[in-house]
Design a protein around this ligand. Sequence first.
Ligand SMILES: [Zn+2]
Length: 263
Amino acid sequence: MDYVNALGYSVYFFIFLMGLSLGSFLNSWTWRHWENIRITSGRSICIHCHRQLAWYENIPLFSYVFLGGKCRTCGKKIPWFYTLVEIFMAVAFVFIAWYRLNIGHFTPLLFTRDIFFITILMIIFVFDGLHKVILPHIVWLGAIVGLALNLLFFHFSFSSIFFGALAAGGFFLLQFLVSKGRWIGGGDVRMGVMMGVWVGWPAVLVALLAAYVLGGVVGAALLIAGKKKIQSQIPFGTFLSVGTVIAIYYGDEIVRWYISFIK
Ligand SMILES: [Zn+2]
């Protein structure tokens, strides 16, 4: 609370802008990563006509609105997915700051950990959403850094991390083996391990449950709307990402609530 008093509520506005900027950088990075272009190779370009963008065409969110969602030269549509990523990132940043300042406790290291986690999840979200792959090296990076942080600084017990990773990773591995990789891919198995390492046992159950409930609701909504084709293409990694966010912030609380409920 002292941080808010000291800095005023304008802090949220700057955090929103920081989120937009990081979202924009992630878009640029993921696109170049996918297209195998080095991030250092000059200015941003239109993904259709490859013209270099002027600075005012490259402002997160505002340029999209200002340009009407189209390239000034070739007139082709700028994918709305990229703008969605920028908005998600900005909202996630504001949420993390709000949560840490008002509900959880705030330390610079904890805030940095949260930003790191949300960045990893957003990369998974973008790649799974656009290309239907969960990048293995991003998931392992997240798992290893998360393991070190949780053990060294955030007082997670080793058994909580171990059983969390075993439960979620094992749950997906079982489905992977039974279905011979038809229901879910190896990326989901790896991601299960990462989720377990991040939130531990039993909070990882909340992440899985939230992902399935969310996937079910969105799937049913698309079915009712008669968009079965889109429904069959929805990547599960995006739901796992959202489920993980819920478990990071509300996992322990939901578990406590559930235990008090069954007693
Ligand atoms: Zn263009």
